[in-house]
Design a binder for this molecule. Sequence first.
Ligand code: NDP
Length: 460
Amino acid sequence: MAEQDVDLFVIGAGSGGVRAARVASSHGARVMIAEEYRVGGTCVIRGCVPKKLLVYASRFREEFEDAAGYGWSIGTPAFDWPTLIANKDREIARLEAAYTTTLERYKVALVKSRAVLDGPGAVRLADGTRIRAKTILIATGGWPYHGDDIPGIEHVISSNEAFHLDVLPKRIVIQGGGYIAVEFAGIFAGLGSEVTLVYRGENILRGFDDDVREHLRNEMEKRGIRIICGHTVAAVDRSGDELVVRLSDGTRVPVDKVMFATGRRPHVDGLGLETAGVKLAPNGGIAVDAGSQTSVPGIYAVGDVTNRINLTPVAIREGHAFADTVFGNKPVTVDHSNVPTAVFSEPEVGVIGLTEAEAVKALRVVDIYKTSFRPMKATLAGRDTRSFFKLVVDGETDRVVGCHIVGPDAGELIQVVGIAVKMQATKAEFDAVMAVHPTAAEELVTMREKAMSYGREAAE
Ligand code: NDP
């Protein structure tokens, strides 16, 4: 088979890989990128983008209900799942084409094939073609992981399949308490499914601020989602047309679909890492240094396959920084601190920085400001819902070191608050900003009463 030479070979055309490829090419490198499935990767094809479209769809239910209090009568709304899925698929195809066009415009050679390492300095395509590359970037992302095998695991779907169901399930059990589980619980409940969320721990969203976890759980339950904590799915039995989920305490839940959102694992199997000498980190991701270089000089990795912070914008930054550093003679290190993030649950969650518990561990003096209120729109709508805002402040420097929001547009809000937190703004600087009235966000600059103060006496 033919041999070719390139300066950079990228394995995986997802968010991180595509960004690295086009930036390296713009710096003059000859770049080839391989993708075995669809250009765009998890975020575009079966993650952030289609998920957000489904989230939008699911929110119309409340909009229709709430409209009545504002004088509207709109009859009985009807929802058609196949229409939503077909329209979503069309949009994803459009985005995939746009990604492909971008690669062409930047003169990146795209090969629709699996590619694996063939020792350091070379990769092999599925048809046997060997490509020599001075630099290789692994950007193969992650893949859903279902945990230990249980009886009936073959009946369980992941979020990958949830995007392509023929019919909307009337009843669904979702196992997991992380991003994907709570997001899909909100999607299915909003669209009309009866949702049971099963989580093994004490409360959903482990790692998030405890007030956020509690607040979101209450709000999800208000929307009819049944949340069962402290249990796992022990088995799934088929019984005629339906499935019966057996929980660890023996409870049986009849459903139409069972979805696991029990985490994602770095996609490293069969990549030839051992033959090239690329080492894994203890968390299963490819071990990399601050510049995303693996244990083998010339082989780099970015994004979810490195299992650092598994978020699309982080992968994009890592890919961009790699390309600027290695091909653009502009050394850039990605700052993984204070990364804002949103959970597109219903209602939304937006967070940045330290939780209350983390701050208390890390700092000598911590002040907490928090508020919970009924959003104005809910008043005439007659909806029983509350929003939640919390600021975590370093009591010694007055810096806002954490912000936690649950409520409409929390994702949009946290992007903006993120700028202030990243700039190390103080609580006094937040307070100096005039409120925009009437908004929910004005709470960020009007919270004056400390809800809690830790360590002040000891520090004095
Ligand atoms: P997460 O790691 O967020 O959550 C996994 C959940 O599954 C946790 O609640 C975990 O419990 C539970 N779990 C893990 N193993 C088992 C098991 N064997 N049995 C029962 N429960 C188990 O993963 P997700 O799949 O939700 O999402 C993957 C990643 O994708 C996220 O971490 C995030 O980085 C990214 N993502 C980001 C989104 C966004 O930005 N909005 C949206 C979707 C995904 P425990 O807490 O006890 O460990």
